[in-house]
Design a protein around this ligand. Sequence first.
Ligand SMILES: Nc1ncnc2c1ncn2[C@@H]1O[C@H](COP(=O)(O)OP(=O)(O)OP(=O)(O)O)[C@@H](O)[C@H]1O
Ligand SMILES: [Mg+2]
Length: 294
Amino acid sequence: MPQSLREIYQHIRFEGHYAYEFNFNNQDYLCQIAPLGTKRIEGWVIIVNDVSDIKELERMQSEMLRMTSHDLKNPLQAALANVDLLRDDLNDLTYQNTQHREDMGGFVANIERELMKMYRIISGILDVERVRIAKSHYEESSVTTIMSDAVDEIKHMAQEKGVKIQQYIAPNLPPLSCDRQQLQRAFVNLIENAIKFSDNDAMINIRVDHIVIPSQPSLLQIEIQDEGIGIPEDIQGHIFERFYRGAQPGAEHITGTGLGLSLVKAVVNAHNGNIRVVSQPSEGSTFYVTLPIQ
Ligand SMILES: Nc1ncnc2c1ncn2[C@@H]1O[C@H](COP(=O)(O)OP(=O)(O)OP(=O)(O)O)[C@@H](O)[C@H]1O
Ligand SMILES: [Mg+2]
């Protein structure tokens, strides 16, 4: 829910439209606002939809996913621990038949790899659901520090691919009231994608700016730009959905669960921010995150 008309106007200036959800008489509504006119604003279009049924379905789906994932995590952890023991035992055993022993080692490694895949998916689901339902822990923080911690966390992946990360962080940024850990994870996910979907030795540019408009609340804008495979326009609208993985040319051999951007989106929403992407196939992508300073 916007805090003031100024906030709505500010979003419209940057994004061209504004959408927010509100609750009235125990019903959920989605309100979308866009200006009419090319050079000057000549009028407004405001559409209000009752989305209570959709919200309830979403809530049930999310609750079911969370409960199932939670219940699967413990047995999976136990299975992984046993695979570990099995591998150690196998190394200690002296088999007559070394071929048999190697085969068994291969089976154990396969089981472990597949269990690890399941573990990553389940942890991913739980992470997204945690951000969506948990109360965030907000504190006044420096986005400069959060961004540099995020870059530190992921730089080993960049180094492995020879990818260079260039940062421009505007000086004297005001502090942001935010959940540091969540925001860092969101930045890590965006940088990880930029690395993953770029060629070896590519360049990634990160910018953080303070956007001030007279007599309006200011914004922090975070830009993560890569020169990678890009995202075709017809899939741009889907990439923030849970489990969505693009099949654009160049992405065939890149692994993932399709949960990264849904986590980013959940974090940005929890901070009343906005995220959008500008991208051209084969030319690269730029993700823009705007966060209001309260
Ligand atoms: N920087 C990027 N360049 C090109 N495509 C991207 C980029 N970021 C996201 N995408 C596209 O959006 C899809 C969804 O991204 P998301 O981060 O949610 O999933 P993922 O990276 O495939 O898996 P995960 O993040 O769970 O490991 C990707 O599969 C890819 O098609
Ligand atoms: Mg990702």
